[in-house]
Design a protein around this ligand. Structure first.
Ligand code: AMP
Ligand code: GLY
Length: 424
């Protein structure tokens, strides 16, 4: 079958690698893709926001399966748009409906959903500009630090964690009255701060059944010891050592099952990934956030550990027959180190020639994120440039092995975190 993947990061390269190796994969396209996907698929210069152009491409190339990598097209309703058009309605879309994507697209919706279905999460209240005074009063009832979240998508920047009450009140005002995060902060969720350790749990679901994928932990801050600015992710490991069977049983019973059942009860059409951003507090799981897609860079450690034919998995998912699939998980541990352009997540330069990438072996994978194939060879084309993944018998060995690969790769102003796994 012909398949189109939307996105351009390490996540999409990791998904494309698995899809390309399936005997059931016909022509594989990635829009817009990167220097890595160009080697295993055909990159297409399509905007992921232009649904009309995507639909036309689906018709022209007889695409039978569309895999949506990032959240924005899902939140904008791509799944519904494709289903509603007679010329594309038969194409399977891996990604939830617009209603389902609200789990990520609106933090207020996600909190209401969790409260309604008894899913453990931090206590909260939501406020709009007309209730700024009540919002400030609510802050006074909480203990510091104060957690303020823009309701809508804000490119991963919409969460503020503030120690000082006066500062928190000021930022609440900036969000509600001065559109600090544009429309995304017209509603603000204020919630209780949870003190614990974070992890990511993923499922695929056809709306009735679900399969739990390997757990992962990512490192979001630019600096060592989890300091400095938030980034799109500086590395990840899988599995998570503290996600032991007793904890995972609680996650399944208290969080995953009620989420899937909640979607059914609320008649929300959902075929795709659910990414549970969790925090473990005194042994108990709480949901920090839902995402309606795979994580990046978590995909770069989760996908290489799943040995199934992914075209088959997605086909069964699309047909509502996920029950028939058993996932085969590689018992080895995976680690990925993200190489970024110096300066990221603030200003950085592009176009630096990349050298030293060796072909994959059985224990390592190099996924491209911000790269571009040019006449000069492969060059940097974004903040996050490469994800260097290794598979070994422990996360420490996997990290060591990934770091060895990282040393072989060079480009001007290459930066990476050398302390991944420091907290485990
Ligand atoms: P989010 O965009 O919802 O993932 O939030 C970004 C980050 O803020 C999370 O990864 C957490 O580290 C932190 N965070 C969000 N909500 C809370 C909370 N209620 N308590 C503690 N930390 C939080
Ligand atoms: N790694 C976190 C995310 O993909 O949102």
């Amino acid at each position: 079958m012909n398949i189109l993947i939307l996105g351009s990061g390490g996540r999409e390269h990791a998904i494309a690698s698995q899809i390309a190796s399936s005997p059931a994969c016909g022509h594989l396209f990635v829009a817009p893709g990167n220097g890595g996907t160009a080697k295993i698929a055909k990159n297409i210069d399509l905007s992921i926001a232009d649904f009309e152009a995507i639909k036309k491409f689906i018709v022209d190339k007889e695409i039978q399966m569309l895999i949506v990598g990032p959240e924005q097209p899902l939140v904008n309703g791509i799944t519904d748009a494709i289903a509603a058009d007679r010329s594309t309605a038969s194409t399977m879309v891996i990604g939830p409906s617009k209603d389902g994507a609200l789990l990520e697209g609106s933090k207020d919706f996600a909190k209401r959903f969790m409260q309604k279905h008894g899913i453990p999460t931090a206590a909260y209240q939501s406020f709009t500009a007309s209730h700024l005074k009540e919002g400030k009063q609510f802050l006074e009832t909480l203990k510091p630090p104060y957690v303020l979240k823009a309701d809508g998508l804000a490119a991963g920047k919409g969460v503020l964690i503030i120690k000082d009450l006066q500062q928190a009140k000021k930022e609440l005002e900036n969000m509600l009255k001065k559109e600090k995060f544009g429309k995304a902060s017209q509603t603000v969720v204020i919630e209780e701060f949870l003190d614990g350790i974070e992890l990511s749990v993923f499922v695929i679901t056809d709306g009735k059944d679900y399969k739990i994928l390997p757990t992962a932990k990512d490192y979001k801050r630019i600096g060592e010891g989890d300091t400095g600015l938030n980034t799109g992710g500086m590395g990840a490991i899988s599995p998570v050592p503290f996600a032991d069977p007793i904890f995972m049983e609680k996650v399944e019973k208290q969080i995953i099952k009620p989420t899937i059942e909640g979607l059914q009860k609320d008649s929300i059409h959902y075929k795709g990934f659910i990414f549970f951003g969790l925090i473990k507090v005194k042994g108990e799981p709480f949901v920090i956030e839902y995402n309606v897609r795979m994580g990046d860079p978590e995909t770069e450690v989760v996908f290489p550990r799943i040995k199934n034919d992914w075209v088959e998995v997605f086909e069964k998912l699309g047909q509502g027959r996920l029950k028939e699939i058993d996932l085969h998980i590689d018992p080895r541990h995976a680690a990925t180190v993200i190489l970024v352009s110096g300066g990221y997540p603030e200003a950085y330069e592009k176009g630096k020639v990349i050298s030293g990438i060796k072909e994959d072996s059985s224990t390592s994978r190099i996924y491209h994120a911000g790269t571009l194939e040019t006449e000069e060879g492969l060059v940097t084309n974004g903040g996050r440039v490469l994800a260097v993944t290794a598979l070994e018998n422990s996360f420490k060995e996997a990290l060591n092995s990934a770091y060895k690969r990282v040393d072989e790769i060079d480009f001007d102003k290459k930066y990476y975190r050398k302390d991944l796994g420091f907290d485990l």
